[in-house]
Design a binder for this molecule. Structure first.
Ligand SMILES: Nc1ncnc2c1ncn2[C@@H]1O[C@H](COP(=O)(O)OP(=O)(O)OP(=O)(O)O)[C@@H](O)[C@H]1O
Ligand SMILES: [Mg+2]
Length: 257
């Protein structure tokens, strides 16, 4: 059984426009998948449906054996501990320290009171330092996050998602606010650390070349539908034309390779 199965997924935010339509794919444990497509194609919506940050209208998302759409609040909270999230704008608490932000990744395992009091075990603190060291920012552990560069903040975001011990991390444009050098650093870390910890990774990206060089597989979204799904090396100019609509395509067809 695959780790993630998306089956005929459909989503609209309002009645007259379907943002995702009949989206189906499966992701195996350990895969590194990029989702590319023009602005508005539905990439962020697709990630949000996977952990049900938005409600699923049609079809199903099966994650780790759970039918995500049918989980109650408690079950959903439990499932989300297995899903790490990484965002374009890092979503850190700027006035808190790096280490505190990383430990926030453990909130899903805490009671509300433990969370409010910031009660973390020695093991959790050790793990936080281990991850910061792995990501090359251990020396910044006690600095406030707003004193860090964008690339360093994103590394805090990665550590926060990994301390959850997730089975999958969903990354929504993790490098969209970074310069090319910092982007490469982030992608290198993301790739190596998820490989080492055997964590599945789905990354929404705008940069086709980066998607091609880092991912095992690319899914191309256009106007809410999948128009390419295959190994990165099979992504041809024709496929990118189809995804980005840079050439007139008579009839939208699925390119499966
Ligand atoms: N909360 C919302 N309410 C209403 N419409 C929304 C909402 N979020 C997204 N949309 C619409 O859904 C469509 C898909 O948006 P989405 O953010 O998923 O695209 P995207 O591929 O991530 O784009 P980008 O590359 O710009 O991030 C867009 O037309 C957008 O305007
Ligand atoms: Mg988006």
């Amino acid at each position: 059984m695959s780790l993630l199965k998306v089956e005929k997924l459909g989503k609209s935010y309002n009645a007259d426009a379907k943002v995702l339509n009949d989206v189906s794919f499966e992701v195996e444990a350990g895969e590194f998948v990029s989702i590319i497509g023009p602005s508005g194609a539905g990439k962020s919506t697709l990630l949000r449906c996977i952990n049900r940050m938005v409600e699923i209208d049609e079809g199903k998302v099966i994650f780790d054996g759970n039918d995500v759409g049918s989980l109650n609040k408690k079950e959903l909270r439990k499932m989300r501990t297995n899903i790490g999230m990484i965002f374009q704008h890092y979503n850190l608490v700027p006035r808190l320290s790096v280490i505190e932000n990383v430990l926030h990744g453990r909130f899903g395992y805490k009671t509300t009171v433990q969370g409010i009091l910031g009660k973390f075990t020695e093991d959790e603190k050790e793990q936080a330092f281990y991850l910061l060291k792995k990501l090359g920012i251990e020396e910044h552990a006690y600095k406030r996050c707003d004193q860090l560069s964008g690339g360093q903040q994103q590394r805090v975001g990665i550590a926060r998602s990994l301390i959850q011990e997730p089975k999958i991390v969903l990354c929504d444009e993790p490098i969209a606010s970074l310069d090319p050098n910092a982007s490469k650093v982030i992608m290198d870390y993301l790739k190596s650390i998820t490989m080492e910890l055997n964590i599945t990774c789905i990354v929404n990206l705008h940069q086709v070349e980066i998607a091609r060089s880092y991912s095992d597989r690319i899914i191309g979204l256009s106007k809410g539908g999948i128009v390419f799904d295959g190994p990165s090396y099979r992504l041809s100019t024709d496929s990118t034309d189809l995804i980005y609509g840079t050439k007139t395509v008579e009839k939208r067809q699925l390119v499966t390779v």
